[in-house]
Design a binder for this molecule. Sequence first.
Ligand SMILES: [Zn+2]
Length: 466
Amino acid sequence: MRRLTYLLLFVLLAVAAHAQQAKYVFFFIGDGMGLNQVNTTEMYLGEREGRIGIQPLTFASFPVAGMATTYSATNSITDSAAGGTALATGSKTYNGAIGVDVDKNVLTSVAEQAKRAGKKVGVTTSVSVDHATPASFYAHQPDRNMYYEIAQDMLKADFDFYAGGGFLKPSTTFDGKEAPSIFPQIEKAGYTLARGVEEYKEKCDEADKMVLIQEEGADPSCLPYAVDRREGDLTLKQITESAVDFLMKDNKKGFFLMVEGGKIDWACHNNDVGTVVKEVLDLDEAVKVAYEFYKKHPKETLIVITADHETGGLGMGYEGYTLSLKSLANQEHSQEMLSRAITDLRKAADHKASWEEVKALLADKMGFWEELPISWEQEKLLRDIYEESFVRNHVEFAESMYAKTEPLAAAACRVMSQLSLVGWTSADHTDEYVPVFAIGAGSKAFYGKMDNTDIPKRIAKAAGYK
Ligand SMILES: [Zn+2]
């Protein structure tokens, strides 16, 4: 009798342990999303409600919170390749490496482990499919800039679902010989290529494996910034919905899905805080898709959100004890879009646009003078650049990692940072701790302080990958 009781207890424990396993895993990475990118967004939402304090994002309300280091094997400040590789494989490596260690040996990613365990696997992003963060989950190359080879690795990894803006180097030449374009290769490898979410919906039932990118003619390097979005643009939320829909088709064993919000980083490289806040909100929209899924499968779903590193050294507080983050609501476009509008104005007016015309553009796009009074010094800063770039016709584009910007657009964003009372220490990455949030099966492993390399190991353990 006693034996039988023990046996029963053992069976019950085994069942309980099994029920705790994360059959469905969502791994969200906000590229460049340090703690202050999250906090600024939450304080912005609070201010928009007319109060001081945070209005929590969905992911920042998850019950488990921790923080992670981000330094790489070779640099105190990581790039997105070494950061992505740490989060994908659990090994620190040199800056620039994709899925290989410091000696260029191939590492195994948590996505590859999931695939071996019979799970369906999706790797998705708001930037190009072959960019450093998504690539770290499926590719093994010594240099993040080997976009063509990375895209080839995507096919080799044979995952079920890939999505993003497009491909940076769909074709190339080796020793003067044209190498085949990725697009016919995608179909030859058994994938269905869908351009846009409508095409995805038409093709998903018939498809075994799927690559979802933007419609023809769109910039393959990324989806538009959330703040610049137009009707019909592909969004990270749609990508996440499509991924869940696709991975759940005839699914018995579960899935692993990585979703990257890649342009938080890009906006931080530009020190464009108005765009950053809207990118973080946009990542939260994608997380909400996962959270809805979690509510239907709470015992079997794990959602983890973190960042590969912080970008910009965003500081909340510029001088004094007041923030004015609600100012950011007046910014209608990203710095890049504002830059294009300024270039267009210069060309349209045959290089003779008046200060009044330029002022009207800045008032319209940034809310300066009207909704947001600016100081004499701030107006002088803008006016001096206008004189230099419009009157003297000497335009020195400000170059950041991912953008070439009209000096006037960069200055307008600097004024916007000042008006909202936030500061920046860098146009590059920093070594700040990044936040980790989690909910669901196995999420307790993400409490407290950890190394970035612990994160994929803990995911693999929660999901039972070997
Ligand atoms: Zn970056």
